[in-house]
Design a protein around this ligand. Structure first.
Ligand SMILES: Nc1ncnc2c1ncn2[C@@H]1O[C@H](COP(=O)(O)OP(=O)(O)O)[C@@H](O)[C@H]1O
Ligand SMILES: [Mg+2]
Length: 576
C-alpha cells in the first residue's frame, strides 16, 4: 500500500530523486574513503616521519570533507523538498476525492476521520519519506562498503563483525515485532480525539444548556488518556532502543581496541589500520541504526498509507454516468413510483411515490416531522439515489445526467441554512460570481433580508462568521433564500426554510417570491398550513406515502390527514 502510494506520488519528482541519490552515493563513498586516507597518514606519514606526505594527504582530506559537506546540505534540502511536495500532492488528491463523495461516503468514514487522514496521516508519510529518501541510499552502501573496507584494513579483526551485526539485527527484530501493532491503533485513537473534539466544539451550546460540561470533559479525557497510553507504550520500547544500541556500539569499539591493540603490538597490524578499522565499525553500526530508524517509521507510514489509500480508492456511491445526457432545461420534475430507504436501513422512508412538478407551478409538500419531506426533496438533486423507481428532471433520469449540470438548474434552500465564513456578499455570490450589487440587494429584498443586512455594519460587506453563527437562525434562512434567488434556477426547492420566520415575514416573503419565480418550478416544503394554503397544489405526505394531492379547498374536503393538520393549526373554524 505504502509502496503503491509512494510510487504514484513520487513519479513527478523522479529527476530530483535521481539527483538526490547520486549526491548521497558520492557523499557515502567519500565518507568511506576518509578513514582509509587517515590510516595512510598515520602509517606512511606519522610513523615514517614524512611531513610532506602528511600535508599533501591532509589537504586532500580537507577538500574531500568540504565536498561531502556541500553534498550533504544539498541532499537534505532536496529530500525535504521532494517529501513536502509529495505530501502536498497527496493532500490535494485526498481533498479532490472527498469532494466527489456522496453523503453516504462521508458518513462511512466520518468527518473527523477524513480530516485526520488528510492532515496527520499524510504528515506521517511525509516524515517517513524525508528520512527514507536519504537513509535508504546511505545505509546499504555504508554498511556493505564499511564491511568491505574493514576486511581490507584488518582481515582478522573483521571476525568481530560476525558477532556485533547479528546481535544488533536480532535486537531490532524484537523491537519491530513489539511496536508495529501499536501504530494502527494509534491513528484510530487520534481519529477518536478529533471526533470528540469536533462534537464538543460544534455542540458547545447544547453542552452548556444541559450542564453536561463535566461528563463531556470526562469523555475527552478518556479519549486523550487512551491515545497517551498507546503512545507511551510505543515510546517505552523506543526509549530502550537507543541506549541498547549505543551499548552494542561501544562494546564493539572496546573489543576492536582490545584485540586490535594486541595485533598492533604483535606487529601483525599497522596502527593506522586499527584507527581506520575503528571508524569503519562505527560507520557500519551507525548505518544499521539508520536502517532501524527508517524501518521503525515504515509500519507507521504503512498504517497511514492504508488509511489514505482507503479514501483514494473509494469510488463515490453517486457518480456521473459514462455517457451523460444533457436535456433541454425546462424545469419539469417527475417522480415515478419512487421508493427510498436510507443506506443500511430496511425501512422505506418513501414508498411508491408518483408525482409531477411542472414549470410555472408552485407545489407545496406538507406532512408531520419524519414523514419524508426532506428525503423527497434531496432525491431531486440526486443527493441520494432512489431504491426503486425513477426521478426525472427536465425529462431525463437524474442518473443519466452530469451532476454539475443537474445542480446548475436547481436552487436548493436546505432545512438548516449553511453560510460560509466571509461576508454577506461572498455568501450570496456563491450562487453566481458575477452578480451585481443591485442584483444582490434585489434578492435580499425579495427574501425579506434587505432591512437587516442594511443595518449590519458594512451592509453587503458585513462579515459572516464560520457557519453563519453571527446572524440569527431566521436571518440565516433568509440569506440562504436570497442566495438561491441569485442563482435564477429553473427549479426551486425550499425545504422547510420558512419555519423560522414569523407569520408576517413569511407572508411578505411568499408574496414577493411569486413574481420572482413565475416561470420556475417551485417546491415548498412546510409545516404551517398558512404558508402553503395559496399554493397551486398541495401534496400531503404521511409516513412516506402520498395521502392527498390537490388545492387547499379540495383537500379540506377530501383528505382526512390534511383536515387534521388544518384543525390542529387553525381550529375547526378554518374548515367552514
Ligand atoms: N441520513 C439518514 N439516515 C437514516 N435515516 C434517516 C436519515 N435522514 C432521515 N432519516 C429518516 O428518514 C425519515 C424521514 O426523514 P425526513 O425526510 O428528514 O423527514 P421530514 O423532513 O419530513 O421531517 C425519518 O424517519 C428519519 O428517521
Ligand atoms: Mg425535513
Amino acid at each position: 500500500m505504502l509502496i503503491r502510494l509512494l510510487r504514484t506520488h513520487l513519479r513527478p519528482y523522479r529527476t530530483q530523486v535521481l539527483i538526490l541519490s547520486a549526491l548521497l552515493v558520492a557523499q557515502t563513498v567519500g565518507n568511506l574513503y576518509l578513514p582509509n586516507l587517515n590510516a595512510d597518514i598515520i602509517n606512511d606519514g606519522v610513523v615514517a616521519g614524512n611531513l610532506h606526505y602528511i600535508i599533501r594527504t591532509g589537504v586532500w582530506m580537507i577538500l574531500l570533507t568540504f565536498a561531502i559537506g556541500i553534498f550533504a546540505v544539498i541532499a537534505v534540502y532536496l529530500a525535504s523538498r521532494v517529501s513536502m511536495a509529495t505530501g502536498a500532492d497527496m493532500r490535494q488528491a485526498v481533498f479532490a476525492r472527498v469532494q466527489s463523495f456522496s453523503a453516504r461516503d462521508v458518513n462511512h468514514f466520518g468527518t473527523a476521520s477524513l480530516i485526520t487522514r488528510n492532515t496527520n496521516d499524510i504528515q506521517q508519510i511525509q516524515l517517513f519519506l524525508q528520512m527514507a529518501l536519504t537513509m535508504m541510499v546511505i545505509a546499504p552502501i555504508m554498511s556493505v562498503g564499511g564491511i568491505v573496507m574493514a576486511i581490507h584494513e584488518g582481515t582478522k579483526l573483521s571476525t568481530l563483525l560476525l558477532v556485533s551485526i547479528p546481535v544488533m539485527t536480532a535486537f531490532i527484530g524484537v523491537v519491530m515485532v513489539r511496536v508495529i501493532p501499536q501504530f494502527r491503533s494509534m491513528q484510530t485513537k487520534i481519529d477518536r480525539i478529533n471526533q470528540v473534539l469536533r462534537e464538543q466544539i460544534t455542540g458547545v451550546r447544547v453542552i452548556r444548556a444541559f450542564v453536561r460540561r463535566e461528563s463531556e470533559a470526562e469523555r475527552f479525557a478518556r479519549a486523550n488518556a487512551d491515545l497517551t497510553g498507546t503512545a507511551l507504550r510505543v515510546n517505552r520500547i523506543f526509549a530502550l532502543t537507543m541506549p541498547v544500541m549505543m551499548v552494542i556500539l561501544n562494546l564493539s569499539s572496546v573489543a576492536v581496541i582490545w584485540f586490535g591493540g594486541r595485533f598492533v603490538s604483535e606487529g601483525s597490524m599497522p596502527i593506522g589500520n586499527l584507527t581506520a578499522f575503528l571508524t569503519y565499525i562505527l560507520q557500519i553500526l551507525t548505518s544499521v541504526m539508520m536502517a532501524v530508524m527508517v524501518t521503525i517509521l515504515v509500519p507507521r507510514a504503512a498504517a497511514s498509507a492504508e488509511r489514505i489509500a482507503e479514501v483514494l480508492d473509494t469510488v463515490p456511491a453517486i457518480a456521473d454516468p459514462t455517457s451523460p445526457i444533457t436535456p433541454v432545461p425546462t424545469g419539469s420534475v417527475h417522480l415515478t413510483n419512487v421508493s427510498f430507504a436510507y443506506p443500511g436501513s430496511e425501512r422505506p422512508v418513501l414508498d411508491a411515490i408518483t408525482v409531477a412538478f411542472e414549470p410555472g407551478m408552485t407545489s407545496a409538500i406538507i406532512g408531520g416531522t419524519g414523514s419524508g419531506k426532506t428525503t423527497l426533496v434531496s432525491l431531486i438533486p440526486r443527493l441520494f439515489d432512489v431504491t426503486a423507481g425513477a426521478v426525472e428532471v427536465n425529462g431525463v433520469d437524474v442518473r443519466d445526467q452530469r451532476q454539475e449540470e443537474l445542480w446548475a438548474g436547481i436552487g436548493l434552500v436546505p432545512q438548516t441554512a449553511f453560510l460560509f465564513s466571509g461576508t454577506v456578499a461572498t455568501n450570496l455570490r456563491f450562487a453566481r460570481r458575477d452578480a451585481t450589487d443591485a442584483e444582490l440587494w434585489r434578492a435580499l429584498e425579495v427574501a425579506q433580508a434587505r432591512d437587516f443586512v442594511a443595518a449590519m455594519p458594512g451592509g453587503l460587506d458585513a462579515p459572516i462568521d464560520q457557519g453563519g453563527t453571527n446572524v440569527s437562525g431566521g436571518q440565516r434562512q433568509r440569506l440562504a433564500i436570497a442566495r438561491a434567488l441569485i442563482k435564477r434556477p429553473r427549479i426551486y426547492l425550499f425545504d422547510d426554510c420558512f419555519s423560522a420566520l414569523d407569520a408576517a415575514t413569511d407572508t411578505r416573503l411568499r408574496e414577493a417570491l411569486v413574481s420572482e419565480t413565475t416561470d420556475a418550478t417551485v417546491i415548498i416544503v412546510a409545516q404551517r398550513v398558512s404558508t402553503i394554503m395559496h399554493a397551486d397544489r398541495v401534496i400531503v405526505l404521511d409516513d412516506g406515502l402520498v395521502v392527498g394531492v390537490g388545492t387547499h379547498d379540495e383537500l379540506v374536503k377530501s383528505c382526512e390527514s390534511y383536515r387534521e393538520i388544518v384543525i390542529s393549526q387553525l381550529g375547526e373554524g378554518a374548515l367552514r
